[in-house]
Design a protein around this ligand. Sequence first.
Ligand SMILES: C[S@@+](CC[C@H](N)C(=O)[O-])C[C@H]1O[C@@H](n2cnc3c(N)ncnc32)[C@H](O)[C@@H]1O
Length: 251
Amino acid sequence: MTESPGDGAGYLAEPQVRAMFDRISGIYDRLNGVMTGGLHHAWRRRAVELAAIGPGAHALDVATGTGDLAFALADAVAPTGAVVGVDFAEQMLAVARAKAAVRAPGGGSGRAGQPAAVSFERANALALPFADGSFDAATVGFGVRNFADLDAGLHELARVVRPGGRVVILEITTPQHPPLSTFFRLWFERIVPVLGRLAGDPEAYSYLPSSVRRFPPPQELARRMAGAGLVEIRYLITAGGIIALHVGTVR
Ligand SMILES: C[S@@+](CC[C@H](N)C(=O)[O-])C[C@H]1O[C@@H](n2cnc3c(N)ncnc32)[C@H](O)[C@@H]1O
């Protein structure tokens, strides 16, 4: 969920987003841990539960970054399932692949007690290189906020999941009520940019608050998911109002 420089309005063109994530790939995991107090792992596990997949399933994690949500999916589909993580930032994928090699040298074996196979491919979320209905579920963690075209990305997610399969979106959201709204503003607009500077990149992490501010609120995202053809959409807000998990089913 960690990010970098912006134009103040929270918008960056695609090549800038890609370059930004390539640049921060080396510190991304560490700052995620610091910024969330390690809670992001629990949020990812919740996202996987909402995907409602089990052993043997095929899942896709879009905007996978350094792969943590893909690995959480892999735990759910082990030992015979498979997970593909896609991202357009090659350096983020390099970190994900290095983590996968440590997790399961040679890839998932398919044997009981072993992690499921996880592979990482370079792809743009707005034009996924997969046939319709290829996956049992698709997830995005802290990624849709960065899409140059949110509706196109949601349509692609719905397209590549089979009918009856789920699309799950984990994203930061803005708390509406004090005292958390005050704390959130302080944290994101004052502390996070300082953490980015301490991490060695003077511009780092100023994009994050602005991108969160411009992102649609939960009810609006749910409406956009319906527009992409998803049904049975629901969402839950957790972590004191800063995290939204949306789930929809492919018709
Ligand atoms: C904040 S990181 C999230 C990474 C990871 N999903 C996580 O939960 O930590 C956002 C990721 O989205 C990727 N991304 C943004 N727009 C994308 C697009 N159109 N296609 C593919 N990846 C994209 C970025 O490269 C970056 O790795």
